[in-house]
Design a protein around this ligand. Structure first.
Ligand SMILES: Cc1cc2nc3c(=O)[nH]c(=O)nc-3n(C[C@H](O)[C@H](O)[C@H](O)COP(=O)(O)OP(=O)(O)OC[C@H]3O[C@@H](n4cnc5c(N)ncnc54)[C@H](O)[C@@H]3O)c2cc1C
Length: 284
């Protein structure tokens, strides 16, 4: 049971959603955009958040869109992870979101919720970081479309009142060889100890990680080291550890030492596959 009352509205257009959000905030109500609600409901149940109003985005057609337009694949912010995986529109994205939670929760968790939630892994962002993806943000001043990397630095940096309307992935990346590997501490379905997504573009590895540090990231310096064939694989793996943006996470799920070991093993596997020139695919 949620121990507090809150207002709920389900607008049909992006403009109405922003108007409702702004009106609730002006009335002094703490307001949240609402995707699948899995995080909002579980946190409200235990009292760690106390929203006074929520604006559900799932009735807005643009937020539920999944289609090709020009050279992009557009994915609405309120699409469920399962809808994205089932569509097979972007196989690497399908693999990454298909390993978040279980099937039932994937039907509920939304793309916008995964990217903007407080749970640190945000694994749906990994393929987006590799593909020069863009994001359309709806806010009080209208829509701004910009490279995802401009508004993502481990978490989404949205302006007050903004929400993710759509994500735009360049279609060409859907055809490229890819790898997705996720290792969880115990069960197959769990938060990641280390999760990685990689694309091979013109023979070069592009790679992004979640779980190893306290936020998801892609590091071009690390990619340069991993692609540097003047070093042997052991040297490249050691360099990758040195280039982590912070020490590996150390928490109740997994120790720092174990995470580092997994990170090196998983990367070693990726480099071995890359140098063998084998057809990339999904791993778990
Ligand atoms: C059982 C379970 C297992 C999980 N395992 C993983 C995992 O392995 N890896 C992983 O990465 N995550 C995992 N998660 C975390 C999950 O992806 C997040 O909790 C996510 O926030 C839930 O999405 P939602 O759509 O239900 O979000 P909601 O609860 O609706 O919203 C969460 C937050 O995002 C905001 N928000 C929602 N939609 C938008 C939008 N379009 N624009 C802007 N802000 C928005 C809300 O205001 C709120 O602050 C797991 C969650 C569950 C319940």
């Amino acid at each position: 049971m949620i121990p507090v009352n809150f207002a709920y509205c389900r607008p049909c257009t992006p403009e109405e959603a922003v108007q409702s959000y702004t009106a609730y905030e002006k009335a002094g109500k703490k307001t949240l955009y609402y995707g699948g609600g899995s995080e909002i409901i579980s946190m409200a149940r235990v009292g760690s958040i106390t929203p006074e109003a929520v604006v559900d985005l799932k009735e807005i057609p643009a937020c539920c869109e999944l289609k090709e337009e020009g050279s992009y694949i557009n994915m609405g912010g309120a699409l469920s992870l399962r809808a994205i995986a089932d569509s097979q529109c972007f196989p690497l994205m399908g693999k990454a979101v298909g390993r978040i939670a279980d099937h039932t929760n994937q039907c509920r968790i939304t793309l916008g919720g995964n990217l903007c939630g407080t749970i640190i892994y945000r694994e749906a962002v990994l393929p987006l970081l590799l593909t020069e993806s863009e994001v359309s943000l709806q806010g009080p001043e209208g829509v701004r479309r910009l490279p995802l990397q401009k508004v993502f630095d481990g978490r989404m940096r949205l302006l007050p009142g903004e929400f993710i309307l759509k994500v735009h992935v360049p279609k060409k990346y859907a055809q490229m060889p890819y790898l997705h590997v996720k290792k969880a501490p115990t069960e197959k379905i769990d938060y990641p100890a280390v999760s990685l997504a990689a694309i091979i573009e013109k023979g070069k590895l592009k790679i992004a990680f979640a779980g190893i540090c306290s936020y998801p990231f892609r590091s071009k310096e690390m990619e340069a080291a991993l692609n540097d064939t003047a070093m042997d694989i052991t040297q490249r793996l050691n360099k990758a550890v040195e280039l982590l943006p912070e020490k590996p996470a150390d928490d109740v799920h997994c120790s720092r030492g174990y995470r580092e070991l997994l990170f090196k093993n998983m990367l070693g596997q990726v480099l071995a596959e890359l140098s063998a020139g084998s057809k990339a695919g999904a791993k778990s």
